[in-house]
Design a protein around this ligand. Structure first.
Ligand code: HEC
Length: 308
């Protein structure tokens, strides 16, 4: 019954209504749908349960949406952004990987990572496993602080704790460091945790809300482009699917003539819809990164990446 009403509703919405009768029927279907959901809300405990956030179910549905939309792709194929979307693009990706344009950044990052701070300590001292092979665990929810901590943020906190000035979140140094850390984690599946702390679930929910909320003069949400239209072209660019969208970060973009961090990509996408970007590493962006990484759990880290 519900499926029937919903199909009717979607159908009615998708095609222009030519006759009065059709419009009437659509109105009746809508009323039915409203009645049915009202009845469900009153009667069924499962309808109440549906209001409780369920990240595990979310991630499952999210991944299923994309693997159904692109039945030829396996979940792990999605980690190469626009290059996962068709065979021609995939060939371009393979060619690029032979002489990766992010190599200079990777070398720089490796060197920076190994170089001690003025106080003799180094990045390795700030991270589990000396910072090697841990990218898949970021961002994490810090229960002491009650907030999400991203890798970029953790790197700058490490610098500041050791008396060094923080790096810009959108420039080359931060990209080089995260490129190196991603590289040492290649192939490791995203393993983002939501601990029992209710604030962690709230951060996840905030990130999810941010992702689906329309904004900017163009009134687009992140999902308008990366869920509804992956594989489509917008100007010269092919839109990346939201599944696996952070696995390749940071990325080299020919269009930028250089590297870009996750912060740079978020602010650029906000500007593209003529919206006002937030401060890099603001709570909203941290929560957004938490949500987007969580729903890609299980997909391998592939960064650093290269893009057209
Ligand atoms: C108007 C469409 C549009 C909207 C809305 C949009 N983006 Fe993008 N996004 C793009 C384009 C174009 C690119 C570059 C091509 C590509 O990789 O998708 C991109 C790339 C990205 C990438 C890099 C993907 C990769 O593999 O190279 C990330 C991450 C991203 N967007 C996140 C977001 C987030 C988060 C939001 C919401 C704050 C958002 N985008 C909103 C158009 C959009």
């Amino acid at each position: 019954m519900i499926t029937f009403v919903l199909t009717r509703f979607l159908h009615a919405n998708r095609y222009p209504l030519r006759s009065k009768t059709l419009r009437m029927r659509a109105a009746i279907s809508l009323t039915c749908a409203a009645l049915v959901s009202a009845a469900l809300a009153l009667a069924s405990p499962s309808a109440i349960a549906a209001d409780v956030p369920d990240p595990v179910a979310d991630a499952k549905a999210f991944q299923k949406f994309f693997t159904t939309k692109f039945p030829k792709l396996k979940p792990e194929d999605f980690v190469n952004g626009p290059y996962s979307m068709n065979e021609d693009l995939h060939r371009q990706w393979e060619e690029k990987e032979q002489f990766p344009p992010y190599d200079f950044s990777l070398d720089l990052g490796k060197e920076m990572f190994a170089k001690p701070f003025k106080n003799g300590k180094s990045y390795a001292d700030c991270f589990p496993n000396q910072g090697i092979g841990i990218r898949q665990n970021y961002p994490y929810f810090d229960e002491k602080e009650g907030k999400v901590v991203t890798l970029e943020l953790a790197l700058n906190r490490c610098r500041e704790a050791n008396g060094e000035a923080p790096f810009s979140y959108v420039k080359d140094e931060m990209a080089a460091l995260t490129a190196y850390m991603a590289f040492t984690s290649r192939g490791k599946p995203f393993d983002i945790k939501i601990p029992g702390d209710p604030r962690a679930l709230e951060a996840y929910q905030n990130g999810k809300r941010y992702f689906y909320t329309r904004r900017g003069q163009l009134n687009f949400s992140c999902a308008s482009c990366h869920v509804q239209n992956p594989g489509e072209r917008i100007r010269a660019e092919v839109l990346a699917p939201a599944l696996g969208i952070l696995n390749a970060m940071p990325i080299y973009r020919s269009e930028w003539g250089g590297m870009g961090t996750t912060s740079r990509r978020f602010t650029t996408c906000n500007s593209q819809i003529r919206g006002v970007p937030l401060e890099p590493q603001s709570d909203e962006y941290r929560d957004l990164e938490y949500y987007l990484s969580y729903v890609s759990n299980g997909l391998p880290i592939s960064g650093p990446g290269a893009r057209p």
